[in-house]
Design a protein around this ligand. Sequence first.
Ligand code: FAD
Length: 379
Amino acid sequence: MHKRVLVLGAGFGGLELTTILSETFGCDIDVTLVDKADSFVFGFSKLDVMFGRQLPSDVRHAYADIVKPGVKFVQAAVHAIDPEGMRVGTDEGTFEADVLVVALGADYDVAATPGLAEGGNEFYSIAGAFALRDILPHFEGGPVIVGVTGKSFKCPPAPSETALLLHDYLTTRGRREATEISVVMPFGTPIPPSPDTSKAVLAAFAERGIRFVKDNLVTSIDPARKVAVLTDGTEMPFALFLGIPVHRVPQVVIDSGLSAHAHDWVAVNKQTLETRFPGVYAVGDVNGVGTPKAGVFAEGAARVVAEAIIAQVRGDAAPAAYTGQGSCYLEFGNNQVGRVDVDFLSGPKPTGAFHEPSEALVADKKHFGASRLQRWFGK
Ligand SMILES: Cc1cc2nc3c(=O)[nH]c(=O)nc-3n(C[C@H](O)[C@H](O)[C@H](O)COP(=O)(O)OP(=O)(O)OC[C@H]3O[C@@H](n4cnc5c(N)ncnc54)[C@H](O)[C@@H]3O)c2cc1C
């Protein structure tokens, strides 16, 4: 009988893992990939849709297009995970596994920030970002806050990118002079592991008159007075609030015993990504390995787990340890993209090498997306 690998979540982590297993074993493995959604959307595509650079229909990649030997995609919501019994309950039935990979990402808890749902616009969910595509064209001016509401959030460069892209968007519409843009972040610099990237982002902000409010979170919003309240008690007025909602561990993961509470990201062995349950791995945003929550890190973690499964099947030695490396592209506005190559785990402290914004990196980023679509969906 072939090894049964059950992968929960078809995001960056789940898609990369199943692709490697199919490439390696073809039909000689039994991989089931489960996701409640019918399509995949890159995180960065949310910004493209929000700012009118792409249509919603262009950025949805249907899971039905996945045709890979050895891999079966099941569209179903996971409602119970038994990591001891290696069993998973879904609304399409129960699945059993020899290896279980939890790659369910991070959920959003909009209600954790009082007033956000009523008075702000979160842009991290697909629905939130796509809705802004129709809201932004009607925005005429006043203060805009791009505000982070929780300490652990996906793609730490995204709030800065959003401010820079918003600057361009409003400039094109002739509304930039009627607007002030501020970014509220819980860090002292925009990209803490990379001082050079932070310096470049802060220089781009200064050039464009974007204010960086450091070491603060937005803790609540008063929709009636249109003010955001920060951790230090400061009140900031806004006409438009673009929010990064509080991130949390999906409830089904907590119920499984893999995590103790909403902010207890699944503990894993930092070298292998295995949880305390043998044969159960946690990959990507859902884990607490210590890397930022970003697709490139989910992908890197998936590669390590795939290599471990390959080694188990072949009876080979365990693969090299996970190093927490990844390259993040950063939209600087003005049709330029920069890049930061981050290394989180291999040295004594995280490092980030910066590559100056350029048009060449715009092409690199396009290739990054296109190459994943080719690998994962055969497009
Ligand atoms: C605005 C924005 C910009 C970003 N830009 C970048 C970028 O430029 N580069 C980068 O590397 N990262 C970027 N990211 C971050 C990136 O999108 C995530 O870090 C990445 O998708 C994490 O991958 P994952 O596999 O861990 O989880 P996800 O990709 O989130 O996948 C999790 C999957 O699990 C499914 N799921 C969840 N719960 C259930 C359930 N109960 N039952 C069934 N299925 C379920 C979901 O439908 C989802 O498909 C960005 C994010 C945002 C919001």
